[in-house]
Design a protein around this ligand. Structure first.
Ligand code: PEP
Ligand code: MN
Length: 343
């Protein structure tokens, strides 16, 4: 339920509504817009139905939230967009974020070389997997704690905040120590206990869309994190399975404007995993940026031909600066400014 306050509602009237919501056993989520304050009453349907706030002092109207995801819905924020602040790098609103780095942390040299290169070219954040979701149990599974240590070293040297994946809640403590954004991978998008755990971890979370998940399912995954009191959620479109076999996945560009219609959360696009090959990464990045994405997460490697994982889709580090310039221009088309180390 959304309680829309009158334009001239006093703080005492707003507090009184919040108090009524809480005493009915629901949670109040106030959002102060430029003109009016709206308060989401989220909780057990019966508790919320019993509120009877129509006609209460300062209340203009009470409207139901029709979507199954409540806190992720654009309705709950009355048109305001979420801007996530990652160590001073803003993501969302007019801020565009370029997240770059290798698929996998392989070695100290590979990690630090990539971090230095992308930082110098103006990347906003550094990505790299220490725990890797691999289709084959025989494939390299990531360096684990040693990988996290190398990511911490890359951050210490370049100042770039770290985006890294958490696959197993048992690694939460170690990952939280290093990650500035916890990535939940496509394969874990519907791992509900994991989503609830990261919701309680107090760090921004990026949720990647499942290989065959609808946008509503992605938003319900975000709802699991938001429900735990963590407002800093990024949605990531990374390509979905379709009948097409000419490339790895189909990048769903339509998801960008649609997610932004349905939700107030920032939308990041991963052209690397969608494409599966390098030649497609730049055109898809430009299309995503021009379509209004709030950021791109892209794989970069100093020597992709020798990469342990996802070599064919990783950009050559020495070509990254040119790529970043192109993406920055495309983001400007959509009215966004790159939040980079230069800024
Ligand atoms: C990744 O970004 O490292 C990754 C494994 O991506 P996805 O979960 O989208 O496959
Ligand atoms: Mn990868």
């Amino acid at each position: 339920m959304m309680i829309v306050m009158k334009a001239g509602a006093t703080q005492a009237e707003i507090d009184s509504v919040i108090h009524r919501i809480q005493s009915a056993g629901a949670v109040a989520h106030p959002s102060r817009g430029e003109e009016v304050t709206v308060i989401g009453a989220i909780g057990d349907r019966e508790h919320v139905a019993r509120l009877e706030l129509e006609g209460a002092p300062g209340v203009a109207q009470v409207v139901p939230i029709l979507k199954p995801y409540k806190l992720a819905s654009s309705q709950v924020r009355a048109g305001e967009r979420t801007v996530v602040d990652v160590e001073g790098r803003k993501i969302g609103g007019e801020h565009f974020s370029l997240i770059a780095g290798p698929c996998t942390v392989e070695s100290r040299d590979q990690t630090l070389t990539t971090a230095r290169t992308v930082a110098a070219a103006g990347a906003s954040l550094f990505r790299g997997g220490a725990y890797k979701p691999r289709t084959s149990p025989y494939a390299f599974q990531g360096l684990g704690q040693e990988g996290l240590r190398l990511l911490a070293e890359a951050k210490a040297e370049t100042g770039l905040p770290i985006v890294t994946e958490l696959m197993d809640a048992r690694d939460l403590e170690a990952v939280v120590e290093v990650a500035d954004v916890i990535q939940v991978g496509a394969r874990n998008m519907q791992n509900y206990p994991l989503l609830a755990e990261v919701g309680r971890a107090g760090k921004p979370v990026m949720i990647k869309r499942g290989l065959s998940s609808t946008l509503e399912e992605l938003l319900m995954a975000a709802e699991y994190v938001l429900k735990e009191g963590n407002p800093n959620v990024l949605l990531c479109e990374r390509g979905i399975r379709t009948f097409e076999t000419a490339y790895r996945f189909t990048l769903d560009l339509t998801a960008i404007p649609v997610l932004k219609e349905l939700s107030h959360l920032p939308v990041i696009v991963d052209p690397s995993h969608a494409a599966g090959r390098r030649a497609l990464v730049t055109p898809l990045s430009l299309a995503a940026a021009a379509a209004g994405a709030d950021g791109i997460i892209v794989e970069v490697h100093p020597n992709p031909d020798e990469a342990i994982c996802d070599g064919p889709q990783q950009l050559y580090a020495d070509q990254f600066a040119e790529y970043a310039e192109q993406v920055e221009r495309a983001a400007a088309v959509a009215g966004k400014v790159l939040a980079s180390a230069h800024a």
